[in-house]
Design a protein. Structure first.
Length: 127
């Protein structure tokens, strides 16, 4: 699950219902945890409240280890013109490693060539 999906749920944005349906079995990278907490605190949410909000979701957090870092480097090396952040690359690497689809609000992910992990978009493409 990508940070954009978690934030959409927490902020009741478009696609939140798709995220809610996936929460029971949701898995995130420790990098995604960092990204979500950072964005919430950056928007003025107190750190303890942001942590509590995330804890309530019951997501499994997978440590970002050497193996995942090497896999993420593959995505990071070809991030342009798709503007993949390091966080995006960590999510894609985790999905590929676990053989699971990645839930995201990032429309660009649907255009990534040769993607070995399925990106499930939580929002309809904007015309």
């Amino acid at each position: 699950m990508d940070a954009s999906a978690i934030l959409a749920y927490l902020q009741n944005e478009e696609g939140a219902e798709k995220v809610e349906a996936a929460l029971e079995h949701g898995i995130i990278s420790a990098v995604t945890l960092t990204e979500v907490l950072g964005k919430l605190v950056g928007k003025g949410v107190p750190a303890d409240q942001a942590e509590a909000d995330l804890d309530e979701l019951g997501l499994e957090v997978v440590d970002y280890d050497r193996e995942l870092a090497k896999a993420a480097a593959y995505f990071y090396a070809r991030r342009n013109p798709y503007n993949l952040s390091l966080g995006d690359c960590a999510v894609l690497a985790l999905g590929e490693h676990l053989g699971l689809p990645v839930l995201t609000g990032e429309q660009e992910w649907a255009k990534l060539p040769g993607l070995r992990v399925k990106a499930r978009l939580i929002r309809k493409a904007k015309l």
